[in-house]
Design a protein. Structure first.
Length: 307
């Protein structure tokens, strides 16, 4: 009974204090007390046998208590991890709801831009062409009016095709070269508005489709704004790669405007800024009544992937 009592005290000390200085001191203290009690009861001749048995039992107690304490710690850690996982799961659920809301919002903005870039620009071009045809008819220039009407029908078909692509969210299997796409936009602008557009381009490096799409849409929107609002007689487009940046500059000699005072309901400039921002670029607009308007787009080359 004395032996069992002290072994229990040793196990309790190891469990509470661990295999450290105070735990080892307590273990040694109880061993000495148990040896004294044991020898008082059995005599001094039994000390050798006592130490043999005591050492083996103490080793077993230390191992058992250590394993038990580790198991208890592991159980506590598992419970804490379960609580943390539950919190993390709740956070992920909240994040998923936020991502879904942001995705829906971004999709709405994308659809709004697509509708503006297809229907709004196409209809604005048709209005300009029909107005030009009406003016030529009033002046008796039927041949010119007939030619403009033909261009209007082509523009209407192109607008219809663009609207269908926007609705179906189709992508061309082979994206068109950026320079060729800009030339087509400039040619369409000149045909519909009769304003000459001079091109200065040097883009040999292919760009990612999302960057190309953002540039083409932005150029088309800028030219559409010039045709409707600028009263310009000349437009220049610069498209070059300089200092590891793709730089697009659209300049007109029109009446200019205040970029900070855009009337409500006009979303063209906002759409340009959003598109360029999504591909890592920035937009700068400089305008005054005497020098027209210059729209600069700059996109770092590192923001797109080379095909």
């Amino acid at each position: 009974m004395v032996f069992a009592l002290f072994m229990g005290l040793i196990g309790e000390s190891v469990g509470l204090l661990g295999i450290k200085r105070w735990g080892l001191l307590a273990l040694t203290y109880y061993l000495i007390l148990s040896m004294i009690c044991f020898t008082n009861l059995t005599g001094i001749n039994s000390v050798g046998g006592y130490w043999l048995v005591a050492i083996l039992v103490v080793i077993f107690i230390v191992i058992y208590v250590t394993m038990y304490m580790r198991q208890a710690e592991a159980r506590t850690q598992a419970q804490e991890l379960a609580v943390e996982l539950e919190k993390a799961n709740q956070q992920l659920s909240d994040y998923a709801d936020r991502v879904e809301d942001l995705t829906i919002s971004n999709e709405r903005q994308r659809i709004a831009r697509e509708l503006h870039d297809t229907l709004s620009q196409g209809l604005a071009g048709l209005i300009l062409q029909l107005e030009a045809a009406d003016a030529n008819l009033s002046n008796g220039n039927t041949d010119k009016a007939h030619l403009i009407i033909q261009h209007s029908m082509e523009q209407a078909r192109a607008t219809l095709d663009s609207s269908r692509r926007a609705i179906d969210d189709l992508r061309q299997p082979e994206p068109e070269n950026l320079e060729n796409a800009i030339r087509k936009e400039a040619s369409r602008f000149t045909t519909s508005s009769t304003i000459p557009c001079v091109l200065h381009m040097d883009i040999e490096q292919p760009v990612k489709e999302s960057v190309r799409e953002a540039i083409i849409r932005s150029v088309a929107e800028a030219l559409n704004n010039i045709a409707i609002h600028a009263d310009a007689i000349r437009v220049e487009i610069f498209a070059v790669i300089k200092d590891d940046n793709l730089i697009i500059s659209i300049k007109d000699d029109g009446k200019g405007f205040d970029p900070d005072q855009i009337p409500a309901g006009h979303y063209g400039i906002l759409g340009i800024r959003e598109r360029v921002h999504f591909v890592g670029g920035k937009v700068n607009i400089t305008s005054s009544p005497t020098s027209g308007t210059t729209l600069d787009i700059q996109i770092p080359i590192t923001e797109w992937e080379i095909r």
